[in-house]
Design a protein. Structure first.
Length: 251
C-alpha cells in the first residue's frame, strides 16, 4: 500500500470548507464513492478496480486562522511485488502530487471566496482568574438561557475586530482576545444566509478596561469551572464548555 498526506489552511469556517470541498470533488480520472461523511468534520471516498484501489480521506479542524484540512490518499496499484513499486515511484506518485497540488490551490481560493458570502458569529469567553463571564439572554427563542457574549461579524470586518466591537456594545468593556477556543456549526438561518452555513467561533479573552454591564442581557454572572454545567446553555455554546473548563482549571 502507498500513501501521501497533504495539509491546507483554508480561510473559511468549517461548514464552508467542508461544503466547497464536496462540491469540487476529487482530482482523479475516475469517480470515487462516498464511504463516510460527517459534516463538517471528515469524509472518506474510495474506488476499487481489479486489484487496484484508491482511498481519499479528509479531516477538517477549526483553528484561529481558519480551517485546517488534512487529506490522506492511500492506493494500491494492483501490480505484483517490485513492479508495483516501480510503477508507483516512476508514474503514479508524481501524478498524484501534481494533481493534488493544483486541486488544493483552487480549493483554498474557492473556499475563501465562498466564505465572504457567509455571515459568521463570534463569541468571547472572558476570563478573570478562575472565573468566566456568562450572559443570560433576554427575549427571543432562547430567553433565559446562558451564553458567551458576542454577535455577528459585519461585512468587511475581521472576526477579532467584531469580537471587540460586540463586547463594547453589549457589555461596555474593552477586551483583548487571547487565543482561539473552538468553533461550532449553527443550525438554521443566520442573517438571511443559507441554512446551516454559519458557525460560531469563540476566543477567550480578558477585560482590559471597564466593568461589564448587562446592556443587552437579562443578567451577567462570573462562574467557575464547577458551575458551568448547572446553567441552561444555548445549544451553540454547550459544545465549547470542555474547552472553557480546561482553560479555567489551568488558571
Amino acid at each position: 500500500m502507498f500513501r501521501l498526506r497533504f495539509a491546507t489552511l483554508v480561510e473559511a469556517p468549517l461548514t464552508v470548507a467542508f461544503d466547497v470541498a464536496r462540491a469540487l470533488g476529487r482530482p482523479w480520472p475516475v469517480p470515487l464513492q462516498e464511504v463516510v461523511s460527517v459534516r463538517p468534520e471528515r469524509d472518506v471516498y474510495a474506488v476499487a478496480r481489479g486489484r487496484g484501489w484508491v482511498t481519499h480521506s479528509r479531516r477538517f479542524t477549526a483553528t484561529g486562522a481558519g480551517t485546517l484540512v488534512d487529506e490522506q490518499v492511500d492506493w494500491e496499484t494492483g501490480l505484483p511485488g517490485v513492479l508495483g513499486g516501480v510503477v508507483d515511484q516512476v508514474v503514479l506518485r508524481g501524478r498524484i502530487v501534481r494533481a493534488m497540488q493544483a486541486h488544493l490551490d483552487g480549493y483554498a481560493a474557492a473556499a475563501a471566496r465562498r466564505a465572504l458570502d457567509v455571515v459568521q458569529v463570534v463569541g468571547a469567553a472572558l476570563v478573570d482568574g478562575d472565573r468566566v463571564l456568562v450572559a443570560q439572554r433576554s427575549g427571543g427563542r432562547y430567553d433565559g438561557c446562558w451564553e458567551f457574549p458576542g454577535g455577528k461579524v459585519e461585512p468587511g470586518e475581521s472576526e477579532l475586530a467584531a469580537l471587540v466591537r460586540e463586547c463594547a456594545e453589549e457589555l461596555r468593556v474593552a477586551v483583548v482576545p487571547q487565543a482561539f477556543l473552538g468553533e461550532v456549526p449553527l443550525d438554521g438561518v443566520v442573517a438571511g444566509g443559507a441554512p446551516g452555513a454559519s458557525t460560531m467561533r469563540v476566543w477567550w479573552g480578558r477585560i482590559a478596561h471597564g466593568q461589564p454591564v448587562a446592556h443587552e442581557h437579562a443578567e451577567l454572572r462570573w462562574v467557575g469551572a464547577a458551575d458551568l454545567d448547572a446553567l441552561d446553555w444555548i445549544p451553540a455554546d454547550r459544545p465549547l464548555l470542555p474547552a472553557v473548563r480546561a482553560l479555567l482549571s489551568s488558571a
